[in-house]
Design a protein around this ligand. Sequence first.
Ligand code: ATP
Ligand code: MG
Length: 562
Amino acid sequence: MRFSQSLIPTLREPPANAEIPSHILLLRAGMIRQLASGLFTWLPLGVRVLQKIERIVRQELTKRGACEILMPFVQPAELWRESERWDAMGPDLARLADRHKNEYCLSPTHEEVVTDLFRNNISSYRQLPCNLFQINTKFRDEIRPRFGVLRSREFIMKDAYSFHLDEETFNETYRAMYDAYSAVLERLDLEYRAVQADPGLIGDGESHEFHVLAQVGEDALAFSENSSYAANVERAEAIAVGARPDPSHQLEKVSTPGIASIDSLVQFLGIERDQVAKTIVARGANSPIALVLRGDHELNELKAARLPDVLQPLQFASDAEIERAFNCRPGSIGPVGTEVPVYVDRAAANLSDFACGANENDFHYTGVNWERDVACDRVVDIRRVREGDPAPDGSGPLSIVRGIEVGHIFQLGTKYSKSMQASVLDSDGKNTYPLMGCYGIGITRLAAAIVEQRHDDIGIDWPIEAAPATVHIISLNAERSELVQQTAEKVYDECLGAGVDAIYDDRSERPGVKFADADLIGIPHRIMIGERGMQRNQVEYRFRRGEIEAIAPSSVVERLRS
Ligand code: ATP
Ligand code: MG
């Protein structure tokens, strides 16, 4: 690729409205441009990165028996009605109608289409297991597209779907995909973690997310330093510590005028937050439901939403609903003496002599004890784990890091094969619904995640396998020297001839400009060809920020190979 003939619009200054390093650097290095909110054009260097990532993904998947297909981006509504997701998807799903008024959607994912393909073409157990993948555009009308291509509306995903008649191959394929994703991230030289993920509404099957570690990551990941335990904080189990001490105080109702928050209560009573039980009220199928947590703990909404009778997704009761159910304002509610069903978090259930609202305006109880003063028969795990909590496998404290979710693998079970009637005949000639797995990697998000993790003050630091090119050839003041010009052309041709991917900065720009662009773009190997070296028949070789080495022009290819 000749710089002068390509489209590499680098920018000296950070562009407005790009907040995080990967977004800023991909724009500055001339790799992406925004068309409209959440819609991006990939420029020549960016496309090369995507192609390299896709190549790695293809290799790791085909090696493990997955077969590539390509499904339509526009999908008929009927399929989504069959799986009952047409209504369930809500406004993330972009819908359209054709000239005959038939309804369609822009693909956010392909379970429906692949299940339809399966039921129309696979009828016997002999054709199973099978694992089909594609690399294709997705559209999700994200409520808040942000961080450039990390969360866009249109993006490229590799999605794979596998079909099985038995648990054994189901688990085998799941494991193979887990290994494939790990291999992809290792080849990209990324620091990553595979964590247990929330299984969602469907199923109790396995689910893992692959996260590239980065400060800007939207997910918090809990992991044990001493074992392989790692889970998305959304999903990480919180276990109780120790046992509940015996009561030592009397129950007392105290006047707490104007006290309506945990902060003001602990100040007023001169106690710590972990001596208070706080009550949060969720909407339930039949009545409001009280969720009791220790005052210093936070509710995990996904866990709460899975409690029996609690509405999915979780909704909090309004102030008016709370007043009606508890006969007092929200700041004075508590579990003692209420008719409302009460779920108590494991840590809150271990409290004794604690404080809580008295279900009477401007009053709280102190010295409250479970069993003695209030029943505690629904103890559940509903809190968010935090740094230092004990790992559920008993291996020690949890640490928490932030990550960018780049991949997600999922055991779907028979949800789609059943709802879409995709059965096959098993070896006894009986109709059976196959088990399905689905596996996604965000290709465009992964490109940004690489930059997010691998950059410094001068620019991007591409891993060799994802770099837009292997070598960046720079001619210095070539317009003043025929020899420099000729040598640079020759080195470039030799690289291309030897199959070494090269970018050749043949512009008549000042050396400083060329160096700054090369730093920004971040191709690992660099060859610099200038007048001074020519006198000794030498060019300069440098690996990113490393020592400069003088080598003969004719040995460039060999040097790069080694
Ligand atoms: P998120 O929680 O970040 O919204 P998701 O869980 O909805 O993602 P999946 O349905 O698991 O995403 O999709 C598989 C992969 O597709 C994700 O791991 C991610 O890499 C990618 N992806 C999902 N949404 C986006 C998006 N808006 N922009 C870019 N990539 C995305
Ligand atoms: Mg996901």
